[in-house]
Design a protein around this ligand. Structure first.
Ligand code: ZN
Length: 63
């Protein structure tokens, strides 16, 4: 089964994550995931969101 990044559409190969060639993903046997780059970005966004929430909670507690 192929794994395709749901953010940048790159596909995982033995050599690494690359842009798929035309028709390569047409067989439908594709699983969606994150390439390391996009996983890193997504992880950072999640952390930023959590940080914002914690900051809000602290502000609310001070009032
Ligand atoms: Zn990606």
């Amino acid at each position: 089964m192929k794994v395709k990044c749901c953010v940048c559409d790159k596909v995982r190969r033995e050599s690494g994550w690359e842009v798929p060639v035309a028709g390569e993903m047409a067989d439908g046997n594709v699983s969606h995931g994150y390439c390391p780059e996009c996983a890193d970005t997504a992880f950072r966004e999640i952390r930023a969101l959590r940080y914002e929430r914690e900051a809000c909670a602290k502000l609310a507690a001070n009032h």
